[in-house]
Design a binder for this molecule. Structure first.
Ligand code: ADP
Ligand code: 5GP
Length: 204
């Protein structure tokens, strides 16, 4: 029987370094499916439809909600973001581990629907440093930066709801810690099936 994959949820303020960590961490981990979210946010010049996000207008996003096609969705600083369910479930069924990225409201919805999900919070070393990174990225105007920082403050206060925290201070340390979380979850003895235990017992 094929094993179901493990569902990982990555949450952390905009600008904390989630994309950077994921891009550095995933190639060494093998067999991880990154779920591409849907959003109504305007596409940044560096982004491509179907790579960073599926970019939709409000009507198309609302149609996905009505069709119950999203595992979770939330409003964030004036736009909607959500996780298409079908691709996530297809990957899990195929035995692939799945990594989702959501803000806090969506993360709570996933935990409610899929209590087995492994919840990982990416924290900045400080809000001061987060603000520096958000400004350095140069993708948001002043009003959006202030709204994103306010949201970050709320999310950080909820950090203890999560199973793991990865502090993104030195990038290499954060990548190693994130990889360690995924490897440790994969190594849980409770995930073994009878055939795997039987294989350990082979005497020749
Ligand atoms: P997110 O996906 O969480 O919104 P990004 O991955 O886009 O964040 O990172 C935001 C900015 O911070 C980028 O300019 C990125 O290069 C930078 N960054 C990410 N990790 C670090 C780090 N450990 N130290 C310094 N800058 C970082
Ligand atoms: P950004 O606009 O910086 O790409 O993302 C803004 C926020 O939306 C970030 O906190 C990011 O984690 C979150 N986000 C990205 N994809 C999803 C999603 O599918 N669902 C939810 N709920 N939040 C998401």
């Amino acid at each position: 029987m094929e094993h179901r994959g493990i569902l990982f949820v990555m949450t952390g303020a905009s600008g904390v370094g989630k994309d950077t960590i994921r891009q550095a961490a995933v190639p060494d981990l093998g067999n991880v499916f990154y779920s591409i979210s849907a959003t109504t946010r305007a596409r940044r010049p560096s982004e491509r439809h179907g790579r960073e996000y599926f970019f939709h207008d409000r009507a198309a996003f609302e149609a996905m909600i009505r069709a119950d096609a999203l595992l979770e969705h939330a409003e964030y600083v004036g736009d909607f973001y959500g996780t298409p369910t079908a691709a996530v479930d297809a990957a899990l069924e195929a035995g692939r581990d799945v990594l989702l990225e959501t803000e806090l409201v969506g993360a709570r919805q996933v935990k409610e629907k899929r209590p087995e999900a492994v919840m990982v919070f990416i924290a900045p070393p400080s809000l001061w440093e987060l603000e520096r990174r958000l400004r350095g990225r140069g993708t948001d105007d002043e009003i959006k930066i202030q709204k994103r920082l306010a949201r970050a403050r709320e999310e950080i206060r909820a950090v203890r709801e999560f199973d793991f925290v990865v502090v993104n201070d030195e990038l290499e340390d954060a990548v190693r810690t994130f990889q360690a979380v995924i490897r440790a979850e994969r190594a849980r003895a409770c995930r073994l099936d009878d055939a795997q235990v039987a294989a350990f017992l082979r005497e020749r």
